[in-house]
Design a protein. Sequence first.
Length: 66
Amino acid sequence: MVQQLAELRYLASSCENVKAVVKLDDDVGWNVKKTAQFIKNNLTANEIYCARRANHTPIYGKGSKW
């Protein structure tokens, strides 16, 4: 949690012209168009949006090392 706060402080002080920051894990699949549309429709200053999915299990691919 401390690292994430430090990242947010850095972004706030060093990236003044950035409209939004999206932070994801490297193993997350996401819809870029829907995310961009969400940001466009919901963007206001100094807000953090989070989502948690309950009762979801990982999707394993047959050839995946994971």
